[in-house]
Design a protein around this ligand. Structure first.
Ligand SMILES: Cc1ncc(COP(=O)(O)O)c(C=O)c1O
Length: 412
């Protein structure tokens, strides 16, 4: 390989979308945002005690006993077969009518989104996303060489009428319409906001009118700490327009890498074909066994209590400590608060001072496919203790105040 043609000599061999995104992707940078002794409000991870190590251990033991010949075989045993039934039960518990033929099980939501993208996207297709949107999904969609159109959000989620106006304008101008809209309707990552029911219904109408799919990614919907739960978009879908992605990452554990798609049978058939042979049957058996043995709803109550305490502490601490010019979302569930810094503050620049003061977070720009988001940050309350959250917000407030005089002076 010659050293002179870039990318350590492999550039000619990489696929176009890989070559085109090589330098631009910010996803993954969060791993580097650690500072010794700083509180991490960057990680959207479950807190350590939320992870059910003991119960997983028991499930492994009983699985190996019950399916002792097959649990570790290629096709897995009876429990691996039972995972689809488990997922149907979990899906019906969310008010969604669903049969086994409408379920495709994956190695997590990320894998599910990738499979959906692989199934529907050609290079130069257009997709619609919320702006901001989950950075893992943005990273993944970029790999397919598609045009990404981002639509603004407010406190009720995606601004659906602005989206509708743009769809009409595109049709009028003969521009490409999206193959799908990607949305995180409940406690969105990164803003924490929830899409209103009226908007969910309107989106379904638009999907029908302009012939696109809605990819509903819902890892946080069951982690609601107050208020009432809106129906999942899939539960309102009478026409097979919604491809729903869900995961056990936030309700059991992310390390088990188990998620799924619920969609029309004709779609699921193709997803099954694309991923044939890639299932982690041991883990699927483990999760089916785990769900059989566990009080899932009772465990969710425990998780909700743990996250609610953290969410409350973050909101109280922001109220008490941040300068009046700052603003933030007030999520009713999920893992994240979205902060808007006072005008003139750039969240990427502020990160260094914040880390010195003792806190890290993810700058808002990571969640946009374009140049937006410089005044915002995503704060995660899911991973650290309530006391650490308070320390982290105190550090963030100190860093913000330290930058304010510079901002005010430059306004003079
Ligand atoms: C909106 C959203 N989708 C998908 C994922 C990834 O889920 P999984 O761990 O199942 O791949 C996350 C995780 O943070 C997320 O926030």
């Amino acid at each position: 390989m010659s050293e002179s043609d870039g990318s350590d000599g492999y550039e000619r061999l990489f696929a176009d979308p890989v070559r085109e995104t090589m330098d631009g992707a910010t996803y993954g940078t969060w791993r580097a945002i650690t500072a010794p002794d700083a509180v991490s409000l960057a990680f959207g991870f479950p807190y350590p005690d939320a992870l059910p190590n003991g119960k997983i251990n028991e499930a492994v033991d009983t699985l190996l006993e019950a399916d002792h010949e097959d649990a570790l075989q290629y096709a897995g045993g009876d429990y691996a077969d039972a995972i689809t039934e488990t997922v149907v039960e979990r899906t019906r518990a969310r008010g969604i009518e669903c049969t086994e033929a409408e379920v495709h099980v994956t190695n997590g939501a990320t894998h599910a989104l990738d499979t959906v993208a692989q199934s529907f996207l050609d290079p130069d297709d257009t997709i619609a996303v919320e702006a901001p949107s989950y950075m893992g999904a943005l990273r993944l969609f970029r790999n397919y060489g598609v045009d990404i159109e981002g639509y603004a959000m407010d406190e009720n989620g995606l601004d659906v009428e602005a989206f509708a106006a743009d769809l009409a304008a595109r049709e009028e101008a003969g521009d490409a319409l999206p193959k799908f809209l990607y949305t995180v309707p409940d406690f969105q990552n990164p803003t924490g906001v929830t899409l209103s029911v009226d908007r969910r219904k309107r989106l379904l109408e638009l999907a029908e009118t302009y012939d696109f799919l809605i990819v509903e990614d819902d890892p946080y919907g069951q982690l609601r700490y107050d208020g009432t739960t809106p129906e999942p978009i899939k539960s309102l879908d009478t026409d097979g327009r919604v491809v729903r992605v869900d995961t056990f990452s936030k309700t059991i554990a992310p390390g088990i890498r188990t998620g799924w798609v619920v969609a029309d049978e004709a779609i699921v058939r193709e997803l099954d074909r694309i991923n044939a042979g890639g299932e982690n049957v041991f883990t699927l058996g483990l999760i089916a066994r785990y769900c059989e043995a566990t009080d899932f709803e009772g465990d969710l109550d425990g998780l909700r209590a743990g996250y609610r305490e953290r969410r409350d502490r973050m909101l109280e601490s922001l109220e008490e400590r941040m300068p009046a010019e700052a603003d933030w979302s007030e999520p009713e569930g999920g893992f994240f608060v979205w902060v808007e810094f006072p005008e003139g503050i750039d969240a990427e620049d502020l990160l260094e001072t914040a880390a010195e003061e003792g806190v890290t977070y993810l700058p808002g720009s990571y969640f946009f496919h374009d140049e937006r988001g410089s005044r915002h940050a995503r704060l995660s309350f899911s991973y650290v203790t309530p006391e650490e959250i308070d320390e982290g917000i105190a550090a963030l407030a100190r860093a913000t105040r330290a930058e304010l005089p510079a901002v005010e002076a430059s306004d003079d």
